[in-house]
Ligand binder design. Sequence first.
Ligand code: T5A
Length: 250
Amino acid sequence: MFAVGGFGTAHSVGEIADRCEGGGGGIDAAGEARGNFLEEPAVAVGILEGGEGAGKSTLIANLRNELIARGCDVIVTREPGGSKLGDHIRNCLLNPEFGISFGSQAELLLFLASRAQHIEEVIRPALAKEKVVLCDRFNDSTVAYQGVGRGLGFEYVQQLCDLVSDDIVPDLTFFLDIDPVLGQSRIERQKEKDTTSRPLDRLEAEKLEFHRKVHSAFHQLARNHPKRIHVIDASRSEEDVLKQVLKVIY
Ligand code: T5A
């Protein structure tokens, strides 16, 4: 989750749960939603990170429903994208049919441009309205994919991310940990089932070696930020993945 209340202050997991359950909110033993969740002025943003096919989109939909059922005012957003400009940048970055090649530095700066706009247009206003923001990917993806996958440098990319995201500091991040081969096989299965689905995007189409580097970078990030980043075993069932995440939040 992103900073709650004053940005840039890291909040403990317990604090987020308290805030969400403050004022008697939450789900009681009979499964009923109780009272107002965010009684105190409090906002949180949860980040989901991980490799391809880890199940972020699936989890974010399930988590959103769960938080709404518990009385949270939730918005779901993603990167790259989340804003009109961001969606254009997303298309340019990921759509292989876009047909323009660019170097790693330009790729990095486009991801960061999308983030800057997303923060200004979506995240800050949502935080100001005391919403819970669930975001599919954020800074850690940039460090893992561009810093390590593309080889631009872990520290260098981390510093640029910090500059762009300024005082927006996640409280909680869930790294959906999955072996890249299993992630890839999920995507292939999905494509076999839905023949109208989009072709592999530019990053998905990278070689296994690239995805292995990205995967190990996420592990490095989790070791560097053990309080913020929670490693979730994403090879488990959808229900089990959601349970692991809820156990951290509540
Ligand atoms: N990127 C992004 C960068 O390089 N730098 C950056 O700074 C940022 C922000 C974004 C791409 O951009 C890169 C990373 C990415 O390559 P994206 O679409 O946002 O692209 O991210 P993807 O990882 O490509 O998203 P996917 O939709 O492919 O994967 P998800 O969301 O992780 O997985 P999901 O939920 O769609 O599930 C995939 C399949 O698996 C099944 C689902 O039903 C689906 O069929 N599934 C499960 N099966 C079994 N058990 C489970 N627990 C399952 N959960 C889901």
